[in-house]
Design a protein around this ligand. Structure first.
Ligand code: NAD
Ligand code: GDD
Length: 336
């Protein structure tokens, strides 16, 4: 049984990670600036703290902590990271969290730390052709991420590696590729395409309206990884003997139009796509290349996109029909 801190535990992936670490028998302290909106935390302790404050980080990662998973970041989908409007916040907030967490870990008894990087580190010049994006780990340099979010992730990867070299920290890094599933945000501006499009189709169906807005022309490609596969990939990377940086993504590449067709099938409802060419689009094509992680660690994703979208669509549909009660979960978490 390890004593573990999960930073960003009030978020989507952090919340799922806490549940899994508890199931695996560990003692877990979650930390975030907010509670998870959708579920009472499974953590033994949950601290509300701003990790931009080094004093709060020092209190959170105390001398008793063995391992840290650092997932806290100022982030969102294309609508949040590709307009340019949040660039200074995204870079400043996430950088300062990573600077604080690493400094504290290097001064305490933490033996191992996980950092959640992103597919957004990959160069834009390899993601111009939607049918042939190149995102293998050996194509990271020369660096040219398409967003400041990607530059921050790349800088922070290097920061973690520097602390590994100079302070003997045992570091593990995964580059997540568009993770989706239940308990992920689906409204408000930070949601990613799978959740956003599920929501739009659910709302259209409820209102008996056929028209939904889609960012871009729908021919841009992505791959989407179901949350359970992401959590298993995270633990496999964490427990591996290798300290290389690994993609944790799906290789099931689809266009946004193809993903919409799958969701229409799940919903049993056809929509008219109203393409918004002036909305944020990000790169033209992106898909995970899992050759390296499969060879080194043996991790593979197990959910097809359709299987994951069925679970996600049903969960979002339940949330919309029942009306999400944010305060309900905040209260129960405070009592925890
Ligand atoms: P999320 O936004 O749900 O979770 C991030 C959490 O960090 C949030 O709960 C947020 O409140 C918290 N946070 C932000 N600033 C904080 C601060 N100053 N102090 C304390 N907590 C703070 O996002 P997620 O999807 O769960 O992503 C988790 C990690 O994985 C992030 O680092 C993200 O960049 C990375 N990632 C996610 C995806 C994805 O598709 N979800 C893809 C690539 C990388
Ligand atoms: N969010 C969103 N909402 N995207 C839409 C929508 C919509 O209603 N309609 C179409 N899209 C398009 C976007 O324009 C983009 O081209 C594509 O769907 C995917 O958008 P997102 O899912 O929002 O983000 P992303 O894949 O560009 O980037 C995400 O994945 C990275 C890792 O792979 C982000 O979540 C990053 O933060 C993350 O690191």
């Amino acid at each position: 049984m390890k004593r573990i801190v999960v930073c960003g535990a009030g978020g989507f992936i952090g919340g799922h990670l806490v549940s899994r670490l508890k199931k695996d028998g560990h003692w877990v302290r979650g930390v975030d600036i907010k509670f998870n909106e959708f579920k009472k935390t499974d953590a033994d302790e949950f601290l509300i703290a701003d990790l931009r404050d080094p004093v709060k980080v020092d209190v959170t990662i105390d001398e008793t902590i063995d391992e840290v998973y650092q997932l806290a970041a100022d982030m969102g989908g294309s609508t949040y990271i590709n307009t340019g409007e949040h660039d200074s916040d995204v870079m400043h907030n996430s950088c300062i969290i990573n600077l604080n967490v690493l400094k504290t870990c290097s001064m305490k008894n933490v033996t191992k730390i996980f950092y959640s990087s992103s597919a957004c580190v990959y160069p834009e010049y390899n993601q111009l052709d939607p049918d042939n994006p190149k995102c293998s780990e050996d194509t990271t340099y020369p660096a040219e991420p398409d967003s400041e979010y990607g530059w921050e992730k790349l800088f922070s990867e290097r920061l973690y590696k520097a602390f590994e070299r100079n302070h003997g920290l045992n570091v593990r890094i995964a580059r997540f590729h568009n993770i989706y599933g239940p308990l992920g945000t689906f409204d408000g501006g930070r949601e990613k395409a799978p959740a956003a499009i599920c929501r739009k189709i659910i709302e259209a169906k409820i209102k008996k309206n056929k028209n939904i807005e889609i960012w871009g022309d729908g021919t841009q490609t992505r791959s989407f990884l179901y949350i359970d596969d992401c959590i298993q990939g995270t633990l496999d990377v964490f427990n591996s003997n290798s300290n290389e940086v690994f993609n944790v993504g799906s290789e099931e590449q689809v266009s946004i139009n193809q993903m919409i067709e799958i969701i229409e099938d799940v919903a049993n409802y056809k929509v008219n796509k109203n393409y918004q060419l002036d909305k944020p689009k990000g790169v033209r094509g992106r898909s995970s290349d899992n050759s390296f992680i499969q060879k080194q660690i043996g991790w593979k994703h197990t959910h097809t996109l359709k299987e994951g979208l069925i679970k996600t669509y049903n969960w979002i549909s339940n949330q919309i029909e029942s009306g999400t009660n944010i305060s309900k979960f905040s209260k129960s978490s405070i009592e925890n």
